[in-house]
Structures are given as structure tokens and as C-alpha cells.
Design a protein around this ligand. Structure first.
Ligand code: CA
Length: 227
């Protein structure tokens, strides 16, 4: 059974999420402040974390940074939950590397759908285990990525995005298609998520980041590597 950690100080909301996740077949862990949330994440290593931003003790961004910094939890997908709807907050949350972002009030059903989508893509598909593309190497089983044989720490979402583009190199990929494939849905908010992920992905790839091209009015393209 997959385990999900909810870090949320509002008990009613935490219980509502817990109820819906349990009904969907997940085991749920709960923390009501940032310090306990960090401790439980590191100790229990859940399959996914739902993290509120406004928390007592230690705010959600600080918890998030700690989770990403610690090798034991760095790869756990995180959905950020917040009452704050300002655009700057959205961007800040996404640039910090969250896998998804939900603004309160949200529908518990929507949250469960997003959890399902993230966990589905976190579990690498069976089939070819290794995929090489120019200087890139993807270990699909371990969800590990190597650049010139050096490991590069990509999140599960970044891994999936880059792999998707590389496997379709030379063909521009439509933004909405990318959103639907990687995130499972497509809307205004996630249009921005896509760009934020691409920006971060390019940064992580250094000089090879230029392999990802923006195709105006369409989406993104990974050019075929020069051999
Ligand atoms: Ca809160």
C-alpha cells in the first residue's frame, strides 16, 4: 500500500484529505506542524507528501527545502497546498521544484486525482530499462538520469518530461499534449508549471540545456543530437 504524508495544521482539512486518500486505497500519515512534518518525512519516507505552506513551527517552504536537500527524501514527489493564491506564490512554489500545486479551497476529489497521476508517473514503466540519447542516459527503473555519465538530480517530473521529449526528438511537442501526458490534465495554471519545469530542467543540463528548444505557439522540441 502506498503511503502519503499530509503536513497540514488545519485539522479539519487534514482529516478531509486523509478520508479521501484512505477511501482511494492509500495509507495516510499526518503531521500538524512543519517540524514534525520534516521528521516524519525523513523517518518514514512516504511515497508522496502533501505540504501546506502556512504552518506553525516551520513554514512549508522551509520544510520543502529540507526534504529536497536530504538524500533520503529528495526524490519524494510533493504537492504544495496553500490558501494563498497570489501569482508570485505560485511561481515561487513551482520554482522550488514541487511536482504540483493546489490552492485552497480545492476539491478533495481533484487532489486524489492529482495524487494518482503523480504516483503513476513516479513508478517507472516496464520495458526498456536504459535509454541513451546523445550525452543523456536515462535509467528508467531507478528513475536516474546521467549527463556524460555523471548523475544529475532530476525530479520525477523533470525526468519524465525530458525522456518524453528525447524519445520524440526532432518533432515539436504541443504544450497541451505535454501537460496532459505528464501532469494528466491541462489548464492555465499548469501552462505556467510547464515553463517553470523547462527552465529548471535547462539549468540542470548546463550547456546541454540548449538541446531543449522552445517552439513558439507550439511547445517544446528536443533536437536530434549531432552524432
Ligand atoms: Ca496552514
Amino acid at each position: 500500500m502506498q503511503r502519503i504524508l499530509i503536513v497540514e495544521d488545519e485539522v479539519d482539512i487534514a482529516n478531509l484529505i486523509m478520508f479521501n486518500l484512505q477511501r482511494a486505497g492509500y495509507e495516510v500519515l499526518k503531521a500538524h506542524d512543519g517540524i514534525a512534518g520534516t521528521e516524519i518525512a525523513i523517518r518514514e519516507r512516504p511515497d508522496l507528501i502533501i505540504l501546506d505552506l502556512m504552518l506553525p513551527g516551520r513554514d512549508g517552504y522551509s520544510v520543502f527545502r529540507e526534504i529536497r536537500r536530504d538524500a533520503r527524501t529528495a526524490r519524494i514527489p510533493v504537492i504544495i497546498l496553500t490558501a494563498r493564491a497570489q501569482t508570485e506564490d505560485r511561481i515561487q512554489g513551482l520554482e522550488a521544484g514541487a511536482d504540483d500545486y493546489l490552492t485552497k479551497p480545492f476539491s478533495p476529489k481533484e487532489l486524489v486525482l492529482r495524487v494518482n497521476a503523480i504516483l503513476k508517473r513516479a513508478n517507472a514503466p516496464p520495458g526498456a530499462v536504459e535509454y541513451e540519447f546523445g550525452p543523456f542516459r536515462f535509467d528508467k527503473n531507478a528513475v536516474r538520469f546521467y549527463l556524460d555519465n555523471e548523475p544529475v538530480d532530476l525530479t520525477g517530473t523533470e525526468f519524465k518530461l525530458l525522456l518524453f521529449l528525447c524519445e520524440r526528438s526532432g518533432k515539436p511537442q504541443d504544450r497541451n499534449e505535454l501537460l496532459r501526458t505528464i501532469w494528466g490534465y491541462s489548464d492555465e495554471v499548469h501552462s505556467r508549471t510547464l515553463d517553470t519545469h523547462m527552465k529548471r530542467l535547462r539549468q540542470k543540463l548546463g550547456e546541454h540545456g540548449a538541446l531543449i528548444e522552445t517552439v513558439r505557439g507550439v511547445g517544446y522540441l528536443v533536437a536530434s543530437p549531432v552524432t
